[in-house]
Ligand binder design. Structure first.
Ligand code: ZN
Length: 696
C-alpha cells in the first residue's frame, strides 16, 4: 500500500506542514548504487623482469657495499618515506600511494624511468628519508632490454644510505634474489583461485595487527615461491609462506641493513595488500611515523520512521528505471511500501548489543538518519498517536547516533512537486528552515540524542542550492553528506571532505552508497522488495548495468548468499584500508525477512566475520559530525605541509606552514590514545612554528 499520512491536529505542530506529505511514501534513494566491486581484478599482474641486482654483470659490485659493522645511527632524518618505482605502472606503486594517502604518512614518490633518484642526505648530513620502499625489488624494466631502472651507482647510494642511517627497506614485490635472502622456485597466477598464505612464528614482531592464526588469501596477484638463502653473516627469516614455500621475508645483511621483501604482487584493491599494508609501513618506519590509521565502519540507516516503496520485479511502476531518476515520479498506489516495525527495532538493538560484547566491535554503533514526519503525532509527526515504532524508538534512543534527514524527505532541488509533472521547483529558504527545524523539534520531543550540526539531505539533494545552504548554515549545520558514487562526490584525497563553495562553513562528508537497495527488504527471490531480484535486474546476465566491455557483471543470477559474499567484501575493503566515509543503508534493510535475518545484519555479520578473521584492529563507528571533524583535521594536516625530523633516541621536531594537528603514531604524548595496541598522539602545530617532542 501507499502510506497516506493523516494530518493530526496537534498543538505540538507549531509550523505548517508541507502539502507534500500526502504522497510521503515515495522515498527515493539517498545515493547511487556503486555496482559490484571489480576493482581488484582490473589490474594486470604478471611476472617481474628477472633482473638480479646482486649478480648481473652490470651490478656485480653491489651485492654488499661493506662488511664493516654498523654503528648505531643517530643522525637526524626526516619522517618521510622514499617510494621508488621503475616505470610508475607497477600496480604495487599505486597501492603504496593509496595506502599512504589514507594513513597520512608523508612520502616522496619517484618514477625512476622519468625522474632522477633524489639526494638521500643533505650536505649537513641529515637523512631525507626514514624508510625506503621499492615498488619492485629490482626496479626492473624492459625497453626491450631488461635492466634495473637504478644504475649501479644509485644502488650503491641506496645501500650506503640504508646502512649508515640504519634505515629499513621494503621490496614490495620482489623477484626472489640474494639481495633479499631468497632464491626462486616457481611462479604462479592467483587469478583463478586464491593461494592461502600462512604467517610464520617469526612474523609475530612484524604483523602485529594481523590475526596470524588464520591464513590470508593471496588473490589477483602473481607470485613466486622461493626458498630462503643467507650468505655468511646474514639472517633470512621467512614471515609468509604458501604451501611451506617462502613468499615473504625479513632479511638482515652482515653490515646491519634490514629489508623486508614479498614475492607477490599488490594493487590498491587486493585484500592481502590492504590487510598487510599498515604493519609493513609500521615496520619500515621502525614504529614512529606521522599519520595514523583506524578501521572505521559508520553505517547510516536512512529514512527512519518512514516507509520505503518496494521493488517488485516485473511491475514497471516498482522497478528503478521508473522511480529513481525522475524526482517528480510518484507510483501512488502502484507499489507496496514497508516500514520497520517495533520488533525490527528490538531485533537490531539486540544484534548490535551482541556485537558490542566482542571487544573488537565494542565501539560499533549505527547512525539513524530520521524523518520526524513519520513519527507519532504526539511528538510532532503525522503518524497515529499510538505509533508503536515511535515508542520503541524512544526506548532505544541511546543505542544509536541520530542525524537529521529532513522532516518529510522532500527532494530539496525538486521540492514538493506535482506528482509525475516533470516540473521541479527548488526549496525556498523558509521551507528549508522548516524542514530542518520541524525535524529537530521531533528529536527534542522524543529525547533523541541528536547530532545537531549534521544532516543527510534526501537523495543527497540541495548541495548546490543557495536557499538551502544558507538556511542550513543559519540553523547551525556544518556537516552534510555527499555521494561517493557520483563524480562530484569524490574528495580530492582520501579521508577528506568537500568544502562547500557556496557556504564555506559547511563540509560535505563523502558517503559510500551500497548495492543493498533502498527499496529492498528481503533476501528471497520473488518476494516483494527482493534484494536478489533487484540485484540481478541491475547486474545479472540480462542486467541494466554492464562492465566497461559490455559484459554483464555476473553470468548467472546471484543468490542472496552470493550477494552477501560480494557486498560484505566491499565493506571489508573500506574497513581494512581505514576509510572514514560513512556507509548508506535504508530502513527497509532493517526489516526482518526470515526470523531475525535482515539484509543489513546478514551483510554486516559476514563483513565483521571476514574482518576479525584477518585483523585484530578494533572497529570504530563515528557520528556524522565526528567524521566531519576528523576530515577537517585531516584537511588541515594535508594543507599545512606538516613535516618532522626524527633525532633517534632524542626527540622529534615537527613543523608546519599552517595550523594543524599532527597525528604521530608510536609515541604517547599530547592527546595520546591507544588503538589496537598502538599509541597515537595528536600534537597541535602552529603556522610556521616548531614543536619539539622528547622521545623516551
Ligand atoms: Zn532518505
Amino acid at each position: 500500500m501507499n502510506r497516506v499520512f493523516t494530518l493530526q491536529t496537534s498543538l505540538l505542530l507549531v509550523l505548517p506542514l508541507a502539502a507534500g506529505l500526502a504522497t510521503g511514501a515515495t522515498k527515493k534513494k539517498d545515493g547511487d548504487a556503486p555496482g559490484p566491486d571489480t576493482n581488484a581484478q582490473q589490474f594486470v599482474s604478471g611476472p617481474l623482469p628477472a633482473v638480479s641486482t646482486g649478480s648481473t654483470k652490470k651490478t656485480t659490485n653491489l651485492a654488499f657495499v661493506s662488511t664493516v659493522a654498523e654503528v648505531t645511527p643517530t643522525q637526524p632524518r626526516d619522517m618521510k618515506l622514499l617510494v621508488v618505482a621503475a616505470t610508475g605502472a607497477e600496480p604495487g606503486f599505486a597501492a603504496l600511494k593509496f595506502f599512504l594517502d589514507h594513513i597520512g604518512i608523508p612520502y616522496q614518490a619517484v618514477v625512476r624511468a622519468t625522474e632522477p633518484l633524489p639526494a638521500l642526505t643533505t650536505a649537513a648530513g641529515k637523512g631525507n628519508y626514514q624508510g625506503v620502499i621499492l615498488a619492485t625489488g629490482n626496479l626492473g624494466l624492459c625497453d626491450p632490454t631488461c635492466r634495473s631502472a637504478l644504475t649501479a651507482a644509485e644502488w650503491l647510494a641506496l645501500d650506503t644510505y640504508t646502512r649508515d642511517y640504519g634505515v629499513r627497506t621494503v621490496a614490495y614485490y620482489a623477484w626472489p634474489e640474494a639481495r633479499y635472502g631468497m632464491a626462486p622456485i616457481s611462479g604462479f597466477s592467483t587469478d583463478a583461485a586464491p593461494a592461502p598464505m600462512t604467517f610464520t612464528s617469526a612474523s609475530a614482531n612484524v604483523f602485529r595487527t594481523m590475526n596470524r592464526s588464520n591464513k590470508l588469501d593471496l588473490r589477483y596477484a602473481y607470485y613466486y615461491s622461493a626458498q630462503p638463502v643467507a650468505a655468511t653473516g646474514e639472517v633470512t627469516s621467512p614471515i609468509l609462506t604458501v604451501n611451506n614455500q617462502t613468499v615473504g621475508v625479513v632479511h638482515t645483511k652482515a653490515d646491519g641493513r634490514e629489508s623486508m621483501a614479498f614475492t607477490f604482487d599488490n594493487n590498491p584493491y587486493t585484500v592481502h595488500s590492504m590487510a598487510l599494508s599498515f604493519d609493513i609501513l609500521n615496520w619500515v618506519t621502525k614504529g614512529i611515523f606521522l599519520g595514523a590509521k583506524k578501521s572505521y565502519f559508520s553505517p547510516q540507516n536512512d529514512d527512519h520512521f518512514l516507509p520505503n516503496d518496494m521493488f517488485v520485479f516485473g511491475v514497471a511502476a516498482c522497478t528503478p528505471s521508473g522511480f529513481t531518476n525522475e524526482p517528480t515520479y510518484d507510483p501512488a498506489d502502484a507499489c507496496p511500501s514497508d516500514r520497520m516495525d517495533p520488533t525490527d527495532m528490538k531485533t537490531i538493538v539486540a544484534w548490535q548489543n551482541n556485537w558490542n560484547k566482542n571487544a573488537q566491535f565494542s565501539k560499533f554503533k549505527i547512525t539513524m538518519a530520521f524523518n520526524g514526519a513519520g513519527a507519532s503525532s504526539i511528538y510532532g509527526g503525522v503518524e497515529a498517536a499510538l505509533d508503536a515504532l515511535s515508542f520503541e524508538t524512544i526506548k532505544y534512543r541511546n543505542e544509536f547516533f541520530w542525524v537529521n534527514h529532513t522532516y518529510d524527505h522532500e527532494n530539496l532541488d525538486c521540492f514538493n512537486p506535482s506528482p509525475n509533472s516533470g516540473i521541479c521547483t527548488p526549496i525556498t529558504y523558509n521551507q528549508a528552515v522548516d524542514e530542518i527545524r520541524l525535524n529537530v523539534n521531533v528529536a527534542r520531543r522524543m529525547g533523541l540524542p541528536l547530532d545537531t550540526t549534521a544532516m543527510v539531505t534526501p537523495g543527497i539533494s540541495g548541495l548546490n542550492r543557495i536557499s538551502f545552504l544558507l538556511a542550513a548554515s543559519a540553523q547551525g549545520l556544518r556537516y552534510l553528506a555527499g555521494d561517493l558514487s557520483r563524480p562530484e562526490g569524490q574528495p580530492g584525497s582520501p579521508n577528506t571532505g568537500i568544502r562547500s563553495a557556496i557556504q564555506p562553513n559547511i563540509l560535505i562528508v563523502p558517503r559510500r552508497a551500497t548495492n543493498i537497495f533502498y527499496n529492498a527488504k528481503s533476501g528471497k527471490q520473488g518476494a516483494i522488495g527482493s534484494e536478489p531480484d533487484e540485484y540481478n535486474y541491475f547486474y545479472g546476465p540480462g542486467g541494466l548495468f554492464r562492465l566497461g566491455n559490455g559484459a554483464p557483471f555476473f553470468s548467472a543470477n546471484q543468490t542472496w548468499a552470493q550477494i552477501v559474499d560480494s557486498e560484505s567484501n566491499a565493506l571489508l575493503n573500506y574497513m581494512l584500508r581505514g576509510e572514514l566515509y560513512p556507509v548508506m543503508f535504508h530502513q527497509s534493510n532493517f526489516i526482518r525477512f526470515d526470523k531475525s535475518d535482515m539484509l543489513f545484519t546478514d551483510v554486516v555479520d559476514a563483513a565483521f566475520k571476514k574482518f576479525s578473521d584477518i585483523t585484530t584492529l578494533p572497529l570504530v563507528s563515528q557520528s556524522h559530525s565526528d567524521t566531519g571533524r576528523a576530515m577537517e583535521r585531516r584537511m588541515a594536516y594535508n594543507q599545512a605541509n606538516v613535516n618532522a625530523t626524527l633525532y633517534p633516541g632524542s626527540r622529534i621536531e615537527i613543523r608546519a606552514t599552517g595550523a594543524a594537528t599532527a597525528p604521530v603514531s608510536g609515541i604517547c604524548k599530547t592527546g595520546c590514545e591507544s588503538y589496537g595496541g598502538l599509541k597515537v598522539s595528536s600534537i597541535p602545530v602552529t603556522a610556521n612554528g616548531v614543536v619539539t617532542v622528547a622521545l623516551p
